[in-house]
Design a protein around this ligand. Structure first.
Ligand code: MD3
Ligand code: FE
Length: 205
């Protein structure tokens, strides 16, 4: 058994059930204002399997024409993204070890059969800041590799309330979600998994 790579810090069961319920209520409020959209791949226009929304000053979006980017408004409604809930800003302060607040919080919703292929997160201009990931709902099999495609990978089963911080030399590692384990949590009444990633997008300071 080998540990996690340097720069990856895993906090299993970081959020208790009452905190998960409160966070879910915050997410529901956000998606009432900023509805989940279907992200599509640049050039091909192929839809991704997850549905997305964001909160924060900037949100990650993608479409066929303009590709991956951060922008301050929802791609469909054109409205500014809702604010990041205070409980998530507090979590960032507690776990990120970074002296500036996050600017973006990407919300990914995975139905039972959704996956996310291995990719790097490199649309941010500030790689000194970590990405803080919070999972609620059904378990998933998360995979993390090296900084080059095709290297060896390791898998971690993430559960509702787990938090993982990806920073330092691991900030540019390939990662993805291989599968959801349906009905492993009772938090979401219709099942599925929600992942929130807090990010710094612009150079800090
Ligand atoms: C490792 N989301 O939105 S979060 C994404 O569970 C994304 O929805 C996955 O990958 C999800 O981009 C994984 C964990 C995560 C996020 C960023 C990372 C792992 C990372 C950045 C570098 C290395
Ligand atoms: Fe990612």
């Amino acid at each position: 058994m080998s540990g996690l790579p340097e720069g990856v810090t895993y906090f299993p069961a970081c959020l208790g059930r009452p905190e998960q319920v409160a966070l879910l209520e915050s997410v529901r409020q956000i998606v009432r204002d900023a509805p989940l959209f279907v992200p599509v791949m640049p050039r091909t226009g192929k839809p991704m399997q997850v549905r997305m929304s964001n909160c924060g000053a900037l949100g990650w979006v993608t479409d066929k024409q303009n590709g991956y980017r951060y922008q301050p408004f929802h791609p469909v409604t054109r409205r500014a993204w809702p604010a990041i809930p205070e409980r998530l800003l507090a979590l960032w302060r507690a776990v990120s070890d970074f002296p500036h607040p996050p600017e973006a919080c990407l919300i990914n919703y995975y139905a039972d059969t959704a996956k996310m292929g291995l990719h790097q997160d490199r649309d941010e201009a500030e790689f000194a800041a970590p990405v803080v990931s919070v999972s609620i709902g059904d378990d998933c099999l998360f995979r993390i590799g090296g900084t080059q495609r095709g290297g060896k990978t390791q898998s971690i089963r993430l559960a509702s309330g787990d938090v993982i911080v990806l920073g330092g030399p691991s900030r540019l590692r390939y990662h993805g979600v291989d599968r959801i384990y349906p009905s492993t949590s009772t938090l979401l009444k219709d099942g599925g998994r929600i992942n929130l990633t807090l990010r710094r997008v612009t150079p800090a300071g």
